[in-house]
Design a protein around this ligand. Structure first.
Ligand code: PXL
Length: 280
């Protein structure tokens, strides 16, 4: 029987609104993966809600690393997302060096924004630090907005055709130093999914599903969490992206039909069983 993989998830915890750790934890658990959490900040609700509270946990992060070092913890994957400060972003690079198993993976979701806009807590300095952090990653999962920030190009100048998107994924790989799963990409009005550049095979694949109308918060976190779970369960990058894209699509379809408030993110809980460990 396969040993239960252990992933260190370094994200904020937003009390209300389904994103980051409240998404990563249930998804990794149902996929048969232990999720060891390192919260970067506590927010009363995610940043799309007005007047959210914000508690930076950088000091706690440092103390936790000292403790985990004493415990001798090592992880099959380090999976980072929303980070709270420049200091913290640089700490995540150290975390990867120290706590990733020799054959482990660093999955960095370079969370910075969406729809061409930065999240309100992200500054220029934090975006610059995120560019440094992706250098420590084995796999990065930017959306198109984050791709523009990583490359320091205008969001409106990004390519929209397949050849251009494939080239964009390759550029984001930094000459093949890391694999790239570029999310929110499309090859036409009716599709949505990811462009997958695999650094091992040096191939580009499009993993697309039909597009569900509407905008949904938190889908990036759902996608990257399923992708990470799939990878540590032994799937290839393309296979893991296929599971993730299908799950996000199904959750969006369910949310669309139910007319749930979009800020609450996709209604994924009733569909968790579809990615349960025994179905993978
Ligand atoms: O889904 C990315 C994300 C993570 N964490 C917080 C956010 C967002 C997106 O809005 O606000 C706090």
């Amino acid at each position: 029987m396969m040993q239960t993989p252990n992933v260190a998830a370094i994200h904020d915890i937003s009390g209300y609104g389904r994103c980051s750790l409240t998404v990563a934890l249930p998804i990794l658990s149902v996929m048969g993966v232990q999720c060891t959490v390192l919260p970067t900040a506590y927010l009363s609700a995610h940043t799309a809600f007005p007047d959210f509270t914000f508690l930076d946990l950088t000091q706690e992060l440092k103390k936790t690393m000292v403790h985990w070092q004493k415990l001798g913890l090592r992880f099959d994957a380090v999976y980072s997302g929303f980070l709270a400060s420049v200091d913290q972003i640089d700490i995540v690079s150290d975390f990867i060096k120290t706590f990733r198993k020799p054959d482990g993976l660093a999955v960095v979701d370079p969370v910075m924004g969406d729809d061409g806009c930065r999240y309100t807590t992200y500054t220029d300095e934090m975006c610059a630090a995120t560019r440094r952090l992706v250098e420590s990653a084995d796999v990065i999962t930017p959306n198109l907005t984050e791709a523009a920030f990583l490359l320091d190009v205008a969001y409106d100048a990004l390519p929209t055709d397949k050849a251009g998107l494939a080239e964009l994924a390759k550029v984001l790989s930094g000459d093949g130093r890391r694999s790239v799963v570029l999310t929110g990409a499309s090859d036409g009005a009716d599709t949505i999914g990811a462009v997958v550049y695999d650094r091992d095979s040096q191939t580009v694949d499009f993993v697309l599903t039909d597009r569900i109308p509407g905008q949904y918060c938190g889908t990036g976190d759902v996608f990257s969490s399923v992708l990470t779970g799939g990878l540590v369960r032994g799937k290839t990058l393309v296979e893991a992206a296929q599971v993730a894209a299908r799950f996000v699509r199904d959750c969006a379809a369910r949310t669309y039909c139910k007319e749930k408030p979009l800020q609450e993110s996709v209604d994924f809980e009733p569909l968790l069983y579809t990615i349960a460990a025994d179905k993978l």
